[in-house]
Design a protein around this ligand. Sequence first.
Ligand code: PLP
Length: 306
Amino acid sequence: MPLHIHTPLIESTPLSLAAGRAVWLKLEALQPPGSFKIRGMGAACAHYAQQGAQRFVSSSGGNAGLAVAYAGRHLGIAVTVVVPASTSERAKELLLQQGAELIVHGASWQEANALAQSMLQASDAFLHPFDNPLLWAGHASMIDEVAATGNKPDAVLLAVGGGGLLAGVMEGLARNGWDDVPVLAAETEGAASLHAAMQAGARVELPSITSIATSLGARQVCERAFELSQGGKVRSVRVSDRDAVAACNRFLDDHRLLVEPACGAALAVAYANAPALDDARKVLIIVCGGATASIENLRQWTARLA
Ligand SMILES: *Cc1c(COP(=O)(O)O)cnc(C)c1O
């Protein structure tokens, strides 16, 4: 039994009206740990458990760490998550709720990750948040579910952080014979590492992350995502934090689901009927979700960015 659920695929009337074309939603926000991450993490954790791993280690205080903690609890395997001091109380609470051992160390993710790496024993499995083929194969299952309905989109719209979701979705499109479907890769300004790499024609490292969309805050995309971006099927779109947050607010009203600004980045592209949508008559949005933002956060960001 996989650790993820088969999520609903629904047509969105409000988004279709805003975008002037049919918009379909794959509701990954409904995954039990709050985001699509459990698809890949669940598959990777099950694989490592079968190989005899005694403990899962992660350095993500976000949805990746949460998915590992959820998977470990369900597989009966101990989980240690090392997060930096900057991690929100809410994120720490969610990790503890899943029964993970939580270690708070260092001012930045780099320091927390270094400690996590130094702790690794031979019987531990380290779970990278986006750079692992097992993850991509697991994420691809969301496209298998769409393909099984026969409801083929003209474009897929998704958010990009380190590029694990992008790699997984493109693997899913390829393995279902849908490789002709273009992918619109949304990032917030200040977290646009894929955009920077596509501009430079090489994987570049952003000096810092300045966006509030922390789940998109990988300073460099993985090699696989960069490679895929060079195939002519990926269009990069950037949105402001303000538009991403506005999209979260609008989506909350439209579909009664609270998602992180990371997810709002993709939604904003459809709400704005951005030129990147081009002539696609039917767009599939991966509503990636995110559990670390509260309605209070959303209110604060809305006020600050107004
Ligand atoms: C992880 C995450 C992303 C980005 O995924 P990558 O694989 O890092 O590109 C987007 N949205 C949410 C909610 C996430 O948790």
